[in-house]
Design a protein around this ligand. Sequence first.
Ligand SMILES: C[S@@+](CC[C@H](N)C(=O)[O-])C[C@H]1O[C@@H](n2cnc3c(N)ncnc32)[C@H](O)[C@@H]1O
Length: 382
Amino acid sequence: MKRAAAPEARRRSDGEPRTSLASGLLDSTETDAAGIAVRGVVGRGWRGIPRFDRFHLGRAGEKARSRTIAFPRPGCKRAAVVVDPSGHTPVLPGAVLTCLSPGRGDTVVDATVGGGGHARLLAEAIGPVGTLIGLDVDGSSLSAAEEALRDSPCRVVLIRENFGSLGRAMDAAGIGSADVILADLGVRSAQLNDASRGFSFQTDGPLDMRLDDRLTTTAADLVNGLREQALADVIYFNADERHSRRIAKRICEVRRERRIATTGMLSDVVCGALGADPASRKQKIHPATRVFQALRIAVNDELGALDRLLAAAPERLSVGGRLGVISFHSLEDGRVKRDFRSRQADGIYAVLTKRPMVADEDERNSNSRSRSAKFRVAKRIA
Ligand SMILES: C[S@@+](CC[C@H](N)C(=O)[O-])C[C@H]1O[C@@H](n2cnc3c(N)ncnc32)[C@H](O)[C@@H]1O
């Protein structure tokens, strides 16, 4: 039967259909509890052969409004390299592939798809009949992932969703259980280096720190709005900053005069409170490092999201499936360790990493972000 070409399938010069974010109309009636429709639109390539699925989230009949995107079907050309246009290098790539052991045809959830570095490796491993679901709360990460995964061999569905809502995201993608779930926590280099996002004390910018711009509370709101005691608690409990009270007191003194609205202002206030000179060679890390980490964790409820992911994962892994978490500070790693051990004691998981996997010297030298990375893996056994 001759197939008509889908009108929205624009062509590249090489004849392949584009897989860019196109705003087609949803034609699905499949909706989840929240009334969100998920629909793949089959794009047709040369001679009308189906070449890619395009997915959107939104209500049926509405204009697509999300970044849920489609990727080439089996048979499209494969890219040999991992690309994140922003320069982010995925940490522990060898350990991720070895410990998670993705197989041909597997269903993989990359819960923090970021620039698509790990996802690209996983996509290559699961091959043409595999499915990769990539989640991220940040639209800019999903755009980078779309680019990196453009020519992936497997079906790829990207969804703007918090991994704390793993079940909802997988339901939206029509996936009951996964063979592999990976979470590479924190932020990627492009987010950190973008002054307008407000994550870094290195460059001045608005004190924002939201990974998901749909959130309504920024770091400036916390810094200028929390009571002194609550602010000290955030700084202490999210980053083990032993001078939390002194810092909170100074912040409250300064904000009585003027709103602390930028990363530069906050950095100055913290350095002032500690009597520290950030340029001094005696400082191993910038004096404001922990305060920035604490606020970022609070703004994005990072520990809450991790707890919800860990709680949902056993139900969403197939028996024999593996969950891997890469964390970058002890608050995260401790949670992962305790969760894996308690589920091992309950006979649900076998912990595959008695000690966390860490980067070797070569990787530590070539990718500074890898220095604090800890990777733990558990396998669902019942
Ligand atoms: C370290 S990067 C991941 C990099 C990725 N593994 C790669 O190789 O390119 C972390 C990503 O997770 C996203 N993220 C952080 N917390 C999240 C959450 N709770 N739910 C979904 N995505 C999250 C960030 O926006 C960021 O893009």
